[in-house]
Design a protein around this ligand. Structure first.
Ligand SMILES: Nc1ncnc2c1ncn2[C@@H]1O[C@H](COP(=O)(O)OP(=O)(O)OP(=O)(O)O)[C@@H](O)[C@H]1O
Length: 488
């Protein structure tokens, strides 16, 4: 079969998929498009320069082996960096002078064609905006950044879910307005940390550059200011004010959908700031391309820089966040309780915090110990469907699969040592993880007596005390049971 760029890249992806976790695969490899195959050089298109740099820094050897497995030892990768239409037009204009883009080799065996190296300035018709600096004294005005000082990088836990956005934020805070991430659009579902991250960037910039004027504003507040400006015939003052900002953070831009006049004014402010090398950071509950009732020219500007999404955190990141919050609140909660909470609260970090606060309130107001039972009550207020109840049958099935024996054998009469251990382990887990009585458990396990169940639990406990490997197997199984249920 003749290989083309698509098939070669598809085969590379198969190898890559086996070597990185799912989240990294989705973030870093799914957005890549194969463009062409020229002899032994495969050209792939990446969304922006940052993306390319990240791939080169973190995945260069994986990419190299994948490419070479398909194209032989001389296989090479070339990158093409996507630029948005309006920018492309400008770029074409800019590079028409020297007739070529910039090509260079990065010394890693892959050559690069960087199409957006050329400095870029957009054409903005500023005639319609009165010069703001004619207002005497306004330049010296000190602007309250409206930032929450608690939103910082050091309490923003890093995970695969936020790595791109977080590290772009870091880069911006070192050189506001001077990276290619301008604007930075942070998008993602409710409660995943967009505001926290956007404000952390603002706080970090103020720490590093105290003379910079940073301003955080919600889109709702911005809209109200525009409405008031229009009503009071003072719209120029509003525009003037915004043009003084060095770092403008606008939260929840989806709120601007359908607000034509506000979009218009925001467009002018955006252009002025961008043109003057000021940093713009936006947050949205969806990617810019999915914003409805939003002027095309505005959407295309949102796409100029970097759009980085925040995904739902994986279990480990949720646990790390919860443990960090517990430390901040000065509470200690048993590991099985924190795990239970994090298995159940998956898609919203604000809810995770909510559960913690409720638990603390319950335990101090009602003097209750924070245990699984209390956690269950509280979590029920946050998620409509709490983990499905753990059933004995489910435990039997999972343990049987783990030891690779049929469930019938587990419940049968065989005295083979490995089967007996698996059976006793299932009884132990069922006793600890379900509400079934000893008698009921005995019945489910092939009509055995309740004393057999007691004996089994004791045996397992003894084994756990003497054999660390066995202990690890037990906790591994407990985790698997909770995980499988929460992911159903
Ligand atoms: N990675 C993280 N580490 C620590 N805390 C986090 C993290 N992500 C989010 N949080 C916390 O979760 C809460 C919700 O975050 P935030 O308000 O930033 O979410 P959002 O995405 O802006 O939500 P909305 O869509 O409702 O505006 C905040 O208290 C924030 O501190």
């Amino acid at each position: 079969m003749v290989k083309d760029h698509a098939t070669v890249w598809e085969s590379c992806l198969q190898n890559i998929r086996n070597n990185v976790n799912m989240q990294a695969f989705r973030t870093w490899f799914e957005p890549i498009k194969p463009v062409r195959l020229d002899g032994n050089a495969l050209t792939i298109q990446v969304p922006n320069k940052y993306f390319y740099e990240w791939l080169e820094e973190h995945y260069v050897s994986l990419l190299k082996t994948s490419i070479r497995s398909q194209l032989g030892d001389k296989g090479r990768l070339e990158y093409q960096i996507l630029v948005s239409d309006s920018r492309e037009e400008e770029r074409r204009k800019s590079i028409a002078g020297n007739g070529m883009g910039n090509n260079y080799s990065n010394g890693n065996g892959s050559s690069v064609s960087l199409s957006d190296q050329v400095p870029y300035y957009n054409n903005v018709d500023t005639d319609s905006i009165k010069n703001p600096f004619v207002i005497p004294g306004i330049k010296k005005m000190k602007v309250d950044p409206q930032l929450n000082p608690n939103y910082r990088f050091d309490n923003y836990i890093e995970g695969d879910c936020n790595r791109l956005a977080r590290s772009a934020g870091h880069a911006i805070s070192r050189k506001p307005g001077q990276t290619s991430f301008n604007p930075l659009v942070i998008f993602g579902n409710v409660g995943l940390g967009k505001t926290h991250l956007a404000q952390a960037i603002g706080n970090e910039i103020l720490d590093k550059f105290p003379t910079k004027t940073v301003l955080y504003v919600s889109s709702e507040k911005f809209t109200n200011q525009i409405i008031a400006g229009i009503k009071n015939n003072a719209i120029n003052d509003v525009v003037t004010f915004y043009q003084l900002i060095d770092v403008l953070i606008v939260d929840d831009i989806q709120f601007l959908e359908g607000k034509k006049k506000t979009q218009d004014i925001f467009f002018h402010i955006f252009n002025q700031l961008h043109q003057n090398g000021k940093q713009i950071i936006l947050t949205s509950d969806r990617p810019p391309k999915d914003l409805q009732d939003m002027e095309e020219r505005l959407i295309s500007r949102f796409k100029w820089g970097l759009s980085a999404d925040l995904q739902a955190p994986d279990l480990e990141t949720r646990i790390a966040i919860l443990e960090y919050k517990m430390m901040q609140e000065g509470v200690e909660i048993a590991q099985d309780v924190t795990e239970f909470i994090c298995y159940n609260i998956k898609n919203n970090i604000r809810e995770l915090e909510g559960v913690l606060i409720s638990l603390i309130a319950q335990s101090s107001l009602n003097r209750r110990e924070i245990d699984i039972d209390l956690a269950k009550e509280v979590v029920r207020n946050f998620v409509t469907e709490i983990n499905k109840e753990i059933t004995v049958e489910f435990i039997q099935k999972l343990v049987a699969d783990y030891f690779k024996v049929p469930v019938e054998t587990l419940n049968g009469k065989t005295r083979k040592r490995s089967i007996v251990i698996a059976r006793q382990l299932s009884m132990y887990l069922a006793k600890n993880m379900t509400d079934r009585s000893l008698k009921a458990l005995g019945e489910v396990f092939g009509g055995r007596d309740h004393s057999t169940v007691i004996y089994s639990c004791r045996t397992v406990q003894d084994l756990m005390e003497t054999d660390p490997f066995f202990k690890e197997t037990v906790s591994d199984l407990e985790k698997k049971i909770r995980m499988s249920l929460s992911e159903k």
